[in-house]
Write a protein that binds this ligand. Structure first.
Ligand code: IFM
Length: 441
């Protein structure tokens, strides 16, 4: 943060804000199908309208500009830009050209994620991420869209949180496509990461000036009883299956054996050369951090998650723990000699925000953000190369299985009228950025 070129931004994802799920030839995605199935999403919410960003994009870009941020992280909807024939859908592509050009006109840097969970349904019908071919379809999509958008993007991130796509989508079943095979997560993750690696040469060849990276979710595990060796081991194993599983593959070219000791018989099919493809060098690593988990040893499964009382939590029930953020970042620098420069691509919290007399007094979020900015600053002081920080999220939006009830935005959205209201956190962030722009006095 002391670096003058430190980037401040806000983030969103296509399915969570765009709506217009049938406009201009967009194909159905796994999240359209999943949300349309009763019982999958709280209150039966769907992405059909969301924040109507597909139609309100110009005003939303102006809103982003009004915050004074350096950068905006968005995602491109694969089912909007690639048709059933595998060729570009120009109407979908034009939408992103318009958004990216307006951002550029305002001097805002563009961080585009290629896959934020909206797999085209027709690919899921052929096995989705369990089918190795989907990795090649992803690389082909990355090739085509990076040609089409060449020069418009500051940086490409291939995947958002592949652990969530694989584990929540294919083993836990609480995310689309809602499959529940104990062995599926590992195979789906392998194909996701393979797709990431396969996409690299095309991204580099088509858009050489843009940076290339990937975005991962990370979490801290704390033992319920710090004096219990078994609970400490439970916390370690929790982090192995969440953090090391993905980061070891990307940065060391191997999967940690403990993952498969925890879940015997779930080893994925890995072909010769795959791990070299997965661990191709990155220009940046995107890190999404939200909370700490507390673990108790469970002889049968390695660990169980518990919720100790008396700790500050968000609307999601997630424990607020900025210190854990610093610990994780410092720990990664120690674990990975080749750790690329880091961007905090998501951090933020949900609260049940209400507009009262035109104001949204989200005091918990204001404090949360300040404490997490400080936690990142502490990591930088400790020598971790962090280059930027994107708040999740610009707008309240479709929070996956929780629908519209959980509000992560700096900006409140009234889903009946689509009126946007800056929360106090947005105004605080705006004031902070204005102060920084004035420079040291
Ligand atoms: O809303 C999500 C986002 O899509 C991915 N990272 C976590 C956020 C909050 O749950």
């Amino acid at each position: 943060m002391s670096r003058p070129d430190f980037l401040w931004g806000v983030a969103t994802a296509a399915f969570q804000i765009e709506g217009a799920t049938q406009a201009d030839g967009r194909l159905p995605s796994i999240w359209d199908t999943y949300a349309a199935t009763p019982g999958n999403v709280l209150n039966g919410d769907t992405g059909d309208r969301a924040c109507e960003h597909y139609h309100r994009w110009a005003d939303d870009v102006d809103l982003i500009g009004s915050l004074g941020v350096d950068a905006y992280r968005l995602s491109i909807a694969w089912p909007r830009v690639i048709g059933l024939d595998g060729e570009l859908n120009s109407r979908g592509v034009d939408f992103y050209k318009r958004v990216l050009d307006r951002l550029a006109d305002k001097g805002i840097q563009r961080y585009a994620t290629l896959y934020h969970w909206d797999l085209p349904q027709h690919l899921e019908d052929r096995g989705g991420w369990l089918n190795r071919d989907t990795a090649y379809r992803f690389a082909d999509y990355a090739d085509k869209i990076s040609r089409a958008l060449e020069g418009r993007v500051t940086a490409w991130a291939t995947l958002n949180e592949p652990w969530c796509s694989a584990y929540l989508g294919y083993t836990h079943g609480r995310h689309a496509p809602g499959r529940r095979g104990p062995r599926y997560a590992a195979q789906a993750l392998h194909h996701l990461l393979l797709g990431h690696g396969l996409a690299q040469p095309a991204l580099q060849a088509n858009d050489a000036k843009a940076q290339r990276g990937i975005v991962v979710n990370i979490g801290r595990g704390a033992p319920e009883d710090p004096n219990s060796a078994a609970d400490r081991e439970a916390a370690r194993l929790f982090e192995v299956q969440l953090n090391d599983w993905v980061l070891d593959a990307l940065l060391k070219g191997e999967y940690p054996e403990d993952v498969f000791r925890l879940r015997p018989g779930t080893e994925p099919l890995v072909l010769e050369g795959d791990m070299d493809v997965i661990s191709r060098p990155l220009d940046f690593l995107g890190i999404n951090y939200y909370y700490r988990s507390t673990l108790r040893s469970d002889d049968g499964h390695g660990y169980v998650e518990v919720q100790p009382p008396g700790r500050e939590r968000t609307q999601m029930g997630w424990e607020v723990c900025p210190e854990a953020f610093t610990e994780l970042l410092v720990g990664f620098r120690e674990r990975y000699a080749n750790l690329p420069p880091i961007l905090i691509t998501e951090n933020g919290m949900a609260s049940a925000d209400l507009v009262v007399d035109g104001q949204v007094a989200d005091t918990q979020r204001c404090a949360y953000l300040q404490r997490h900015f400080a936690a990142v600053h502490a990591a930088i002081e400790a020598g971790v190369d962090v280059r930027g920080y994107f708040v999740w999220s610009l707008l309240d939006n479709f929070e996956w299985a929780y629908g519209y009830e959980r509000r992560f935005g700096l900006v409140h959205v009234d889903y009946d009228t689509q009126v946007r209201t800056l929360k106090h956190s947005a105004k605080g962030f705006q004031a902070f950025l204005a102060e920084r722009a004035r420079g040291p006095r």
